[in-house]
Design a protein around this ligand. Sequence first.
Ligand code: ACM
Length: 642
Amino acid sequence: MKKTTLLLLLLSTLFSVFAQSPGDRKITLIPEPVSLQKDPAGKNFYLSPATRITCSNPALLGKMAEQFAERLATATGFSVKSVQASASLTGGIHLQLKDDMTIPEEGYRLLVNHKGVTITSRKPAGIFYGLQTLLQLLPAEIMSREKSSTRKNWDIPFVTIEDYPRFGWRGLMLDVSRHFFTVDQVKDYIDQMVKYKFNLLHLHLTDDQGWRIEIKSLPKLTEVGAWRVDKTGTFGRFSPPAPDEPRTYGGFYTQEDIRELVRYAGERFVNILPEIDVPGHSLAAIAAYPELSCTPGSYAVNSGEQFMIWPGGGQHFYGTLDNTICPALEASYVFLDKVFTEVAALFPFEYIHMGGDETARNFWEKSEQIGQLMKEKGLKNLDEVQSYFVKRVEKIINSKGKKMIGWDEILDGGLAPNAAVMSWRGMKGGIEAARQGHEVVMSPTDFAYIDYMQGDAIIEPPVYATLRLKKAYQFEPVPEGVEARLVKGGQANLWTEQVYNMRHAQYMTWPRAFAIAEVLWSAKPAGAGRNWNDFVTRTEAHFLRLDAAAVKYAPSIYDPSISATVKDSVLTVTLNTEIEGLRIHYSFDNSFPDAWYPVYQSPLKVPKDASWLKCISYRDGKPLGRMISMPVSELKKRAGIK
Ligand code: ACM
């Protein structure tokens, strides 16, 4: 061993032995590990310029060790490196693979003591998750994308952690069709999700608003299908584009891009699930190849103008144009065979998602070809037509060596024999599929739709529904009476009609994805020991980590939600916060409330001539929430006053 190395080791040993806890920085891990023992004396290990990362098996762990060393070096400015040594060095971080069958799949053991850090697992994925936990044991500034200017001490509390996931499918879905995200943006999204031990990225690659994956045998899919008119505002309410309006918004992933994304994700133990959404949601494909429609005509990629109608906002809907691939045409199956041949070759993951949701069938009702198909195949209704289509698609997907998964509508008319179901219209689709012995992934709107607003509609960017963090944290993927082994796990879905850029995608994702990450990883089912207040404390600690990483998140947990009623003929307002310990200051006199304004204690009578309620949350004298301005006319509406 070189003299300088020896000196560094000696220094680092001294540093770690003599360094004592500077205080009691709380351990705030998300997701919560299965078991964690703290050192009763509250001692810490400290990173130093001499810290080295070693691993038992450089062929399998070397790259991961290097990447981790880089992260530490970036934020600390220390010369942390990964070095070739198969045993641990005192004062270092050692990663070791061990054929220990007591460590569950993806699990790890993490030990921090005066000798340094050891992470043990059976497989590299477990080591990777151990490293994510280790990052979370370090101060928030470790997430910084450059050298931290404020932090000098890089303490890691002495702990013993044993950890493994509850579910093997821990997903986030990103809709790259409605708005397009570049390869670099998707990589950054992957970087953020793995910090919370997600292992699956579902890419919604096709929809009415854009086809986002190159299919070499069908070039028009991206030449035509990837482009729409550039519009800004409230998606779904745009004016119809003129026929000659330039189609400048869009983009797609080349096959080279996809291979790069798959490689990048794979290095981080993330599978990418590709979704090709058929037979509905297919306007981009139909615009490219109109011969795939049962309804002859010329079609254009949708640019955000409304064409699906939900009368009364309920479950039923129809299209003002036919956005479906026609199940009655053999050409449709030839087309899909080409698409899935190329998709299957690009994505190593065992599943391909075929969508299957929200197929508007009002044009099928009038289609001669559909009528003919029903007669020929003895199909009694349009559910059975859709089921006929889904079963043929499954055969195609299976013939490429892949399993098929689809949204829960694929149950309608009879489920394909081997299909897995992604339950989104609540849990009932998942429950039914499991009853029939099929595998399911739970992503119900009520708990896992992170495109919904996360606070009061008066302040959030408008979407048609709300899912607050507290509700997401109540998600339980295994409903009573369902065989747990059939529930592969769950995911949160980020649809991007109203998400124009990656900063807003981050805002919509965090902190709700903290809740979903914990639900999917941690051992505790809903109601059995999950502690909301504790989760909130940890969430707030992770806000600091996102700040350090320059990742946006929603501060909506601090904002009151506002309801109004008429009580004794007086308009009365109730303010609620989903977390405890906030003081809401308010005004009715049009001025901005601050910490010297009245504090909300019980429902407020709105002064007869008031025009505005303004309110904001404070804690310890500091504003935390955003200033909410609510017109009294909106309060009246909420109270049901015409
Ligand atoms: C869906 O939200 N349409 C699956």
